[in-house]
Design a protein around this ligand. Structure first.
Ligand SMILES: Nc1ncnc2c1ncn2[C@@H]1O[C@H](COP(=O)(O)OP(=O)(O)OP(=O)(O)O)[C@@H](O)[C@H]1O
Length: 410
């Protein structure tokens, strides 16, 4: 299970201020001008309250989380100035957990995904912590990071055609990470590639095909086979099936779900489509304007979200099944805010159909609607059924200083 509980950080702690620090190593860049980052008090106090989840005892033993994200904040820096795309996200996935990450375009989903494998552009500022099997991704040397990509965690993006090398045959491409990470000879690695192809439903004769000879669904399967090649503990699937037609999408999703279950892999699946996430993942997290606004059991969130934004998102999809319970899709007026200029109080209040007088002035973070279900809305009564610990409260001020990503990360 994914754990998240909503203990609010002690407001007396106040906002944390970190000095910007460039990591030394591969082609390191100098620290950003100014040398310090302060996030405004509105946003910091109280801090977003999802629990990164202390390792949960299972059958008497302690399970080390596959992925632990603690108070992650990400700011892009470029010609458009500073764009705070992620504003304090905490999540924990244990082995075998499946988490769907949903939200409209621009809410920060892909930024979180890219951060997990440190694939953000140079100059991006990251604070908080990302632990993969206990190892700090942001503090890792580039050499170690290279070893972790594919073998520890792999990512499947939308648009496999662009991710595959057009001049190499399929088996060779799937074999590549095996050769690279396991020191296996090319012939043996390609034999393994053919086995992997069988697991994702691709016939052996396709081993010698080029990407352009495959359909979109087949190419996406190749990407999944590559993602599985080095038996990672974590797969991040970012809109991995969005471009596929519905039949192929259903097949690929079934396959992914099956492989994840069989191999006890943790899965973070990103999509605009809440219904797909609800069908594939056991838990659902909804993002808005760089923050989590709801996090709970998939089917329950999809059927009865607590946050008005998550409600609107799920109402945008038709339900199937019992005709008596069927609903027509409904839209949501307005657009997500500019990440660099968020509305005060609850960021969603200008679009909220049930906005209250205090919403524009009162910052709101995740509240425990239930021990396994949180929503960031003033209308949600905080049951205080917190099962975990606030990362900051648990560790004091020991969260690392921000990392300024360097060219070596790209
Ligand atoms: N490389 C970048 N440089 C500057 N800003 C960026 C960069 N990548 C993303 N952003 C901005 O960060 C914010 C979050 O983008 P992100 O792609 O993470 O959202 P998303 O929820 O994944 O959207 P989508 O579903 O469209 O991929 C957006 O405002 C986006 O414009």
């Amino acid at each position: 299970m994914v754990h998240a509980a909503a203990r609010l950080r002690d407001p007396r702690r106040g906002p944390r201020v970190h000095a910007v620090r460039a990591r030394h190593g591969d082609r390191a860049q100098p620290p950003a001008a100014g040398g310090a980052v302060t996030t405004d008090a509105t946003e910091q106090e109280p801090a977003p309250g999802t629990d990164p989840g202390a390792p949960e005892p299972r059958g008497g033993s302690t399970v080390r989380p596959t992925l632990q994200i603690e108070d992650l904040r990400i700011t892009y820096r470029g010609s458009r100035g500073e764009i705070p795309a992620v504003r304090g996200i905490s999540l924990t996935l244990n082995p075998g957990d499946t988490l769907g990450l949903a939200g409209e375009s621009g809410c920060g989903k892909s930024t979180v995904a890219a951060a997990v494998l440190r694939l953000l552009p140079p100059g991006t500022e990251v604070t908080g912590r990302i632990l993969l099997d206990g190892e700090d991704i942001l503090a890792m040397s580039f050499g170690k990071l290279r070893a972790v990509r594919w073998a520890g965690a792999s990512i499947v993006f939308q648009g496999a055609m662009h991710s595959l090398n057009p001049v190499h045959r399929i088996a060779r491409q799937i074999a590549e990470p095996i050769v690279l990470h396991e020191g296996v000879g090319r012939e043996a690695a390609e034999a393994r590639a053919v086995e992997l192809m069988a697991q994702v439903g691709l016939p052996a004769w396709r081993a010698t095909s080029y990407p352009h000879e495959l359909s979109g669904g087949q190419r996406q399967r190749v990407m999944i086979a590559m993602a599985l090649a080095c038996s990672p503990q974590l797969i991040v699937a970012d809109e991995a099936t969005t471009a596929l037609d519905v039949m192929i999408q259903a097949q690929v999703l079934r396959l992914l779900k099956q492989l994840v279950t069989e191999r006890h892999i943790a899965l973070v699946m990103i999509s605009h489509d809440l219904s797909v996430l609800a069908d594939t993942c056991e838990r659902l997290a909804v993002m808005y304007a760089g923050r989590l606004v709801e996090h709970g059991p998939s089917h329950e969130v999809f059927a009865g979200a607590r946050h008005p934004y998550a409600q609107a998102l799920s109402a945008a999809f038709p339900t199937v099944g019992d005709p008596a319970e069927r609903r027509n899709p409904q839209g949501l007026a307005g657009d997500p805010p500019d990440p660099a200029d968020l509305p005060t109080g609850c960021s969603f209040h200008p679009r909220c159909p049930v906005v209250m007088a205090e919403c524009p002035t009162t910052p709101v973070t995740l509240r425990a609607a239930r021990d396994d279900w949180q929503a960031a809305c003033l209308r949600v009564e905080d049951t205080g059924t917190d099962t975990g610990t606030d990362p900051a409260a648990a560790t004091g001020d020991d969260l690392p200083a921000p990392t300024l990503l360097t060219k070596g990360d790209a």
